[in-house]
Write a protein that binds this ligand. Structure first.
Ligand code: IPM
Ligand code: MN
Length: 367
């Protein structure tokens, strides 16, 4: 998808061969799943003959507990010199919810202006879905979630806090620029994906009459430039309904940050759960970050039972964005073989294999 990779960052160290990947394994089971992702990356790079280098960053709950640091400015500067960021999971049971999510995950998304959150919802062979009578041919769509605006902008205020008359205001902030670049990405992506060539705008025009008016107008204007793409519109509540009842209707869905957050958890469930769901935080002109959608799963930490496939698939998405499309396809092919022929389940502890064995299986089944 990305064409001009090189010369982006003036801080890129000289003499580095291949891609430069920053690894933030993070908290809980993050390091275990990222280890398997890196194992697969190494194997596939050997087969495809591309080079890369990784540098690890210890951002996360442990570092925060020790030093109160989230992402120091010096690290942000360094990260700017990489081609991509590979992230495990952020979230620590001893740290108040919100601190690490906002201070690390959202911080990186905003700082690097990763304005797209790309989340494929694809049911792989052999994977159990809670949707009765649905098979891989019915569940294969992609959600393009706006990733830097909307309710996530953090705008709002309290009035008369801690009184009986308290008011809490949370603003959804949508700019024409932000909406348009997201919508354009979605059209281009639908075109490149070349499946059903259908793009659905998921919103709430009937109630949220400012934000979704802007989205709707922008979507329809940009649509005029893509005559070969079929477009339609669904309210977010109806989208949830169709995702369960008729997921085969979707090819690509574009939506705002909050709705995208919600519908992609539903999407993750119909594709077999958090063990398989991967996503990319993408800045097509900058530095993108790839992560399994699931959290740090503290209770499974260190047990070698968590499913690493989501992290492995996130690694595959990273390869695609680095321009290694063949390697990405090989990795996905292997994952599909492993789900189709080997694993009993995708759930932690029930796969029939350990975390590291699943990584080995993906390596062994590479074409
Ligand atoms: C996600 C997560 C994050 C989000 C949280 C952890 C801030 O739920 O990546 O979907 O809301 O975007
Ligand atoms: Mn979420």
């Amino acid at each position: 998808m990305r064409s001009e990779r090189s010369e982006r960052s003036p801080e890129r160290p000289k003499g580095v061969e291949g891609y430069k990947i920053a690894v933030i394994a993070g908290d809980g089971t993050g390091p275990e799943v990222i280890r398997e992702g890196l194992k697969c990356l190494k194997a596939v790079s050997g087969k495809c003959g591309f080079k890369y280098e990784t540098v690890e960053y210890d951002l996360g709950g442990e570092r925060y507990k020790k030093t109160k640091e989230l992402v120091p400015d010096s690290v942000l500067k360094e990260l700017a010199g990489f081609d991509a960021i590979y992230l495990g999971a952020i979230g620590h049971p001893d740290v108040k919810p919100g601190i690490l999510e906002q201070g690390i995950l959202l911080k990186l998304r905003f700082y690097f202006d990763q304005y797209i959150n790309l989340r494929p919802v694809k049911l792989y062979p052999g994977v159990w879905t809670p949707l009765k009578d649905k098979a891989p041919e019915h569940i294969d769509f992609v959600v393009v979630r706006e990733n830097t605006e909307g309710l996530y902008k953090g705008l709002g205020e309290f009035k008369d806090k801690n009184t009986k008359n308290e008011i809490a205001i949370q603003i959804s902030h949508n700019t024409r620029k932000g909406v348009e670049r997201c919508v354009r990405f979605a059209f281009e992506y639908t075109k490149k994906r070349n499946k059903r060539k259908a793009l659905t705008l998921c919103g709430k025009t009937n109630v949220l009459t400012y934000a979704w008016d802007l989205w709707d107008r922008t979507f329809n204007e940009v649509a005029k430039e893509y005559k070969d793409i079929k477009t339609d519109y669904a309210h977010v509540d109806a989208t949830c309904m169709w995702m369960v009842k008729n997921p085969e209707w979707f090819d690509v869905i574009v939506t705002d940050n909050m709705f995208g957050d919600i519908i992609t958890d539903l999407g993750a469930m119909i594709q077999g759960g958090m063990g398989i769901a991967a996503g990319g935080n993408i800045n097509p002109e900058g530095i993108s970050m790839f992560e399994p959608i699931g959290g740090s799963a503290p209770k499974y930490t260190g047990k070698n039972v968590i499913n690493p496939l989501a992290a492995i698939c996130a690694g595959g998405m990273m390869l695609e964005y680095l321009g290694e499309e063949k390697a990405a396809r090989m990795l996905e092919e292997s994952v599909m073989k492993v789900t189709g022929e080997k694993l009993k389940s995708l759930s932690a502890g029930k796969m029939g294999y350990s975390t590291s064995e699943v990584g080995d299986l993906v390596v062994q089944n590479l074409p």
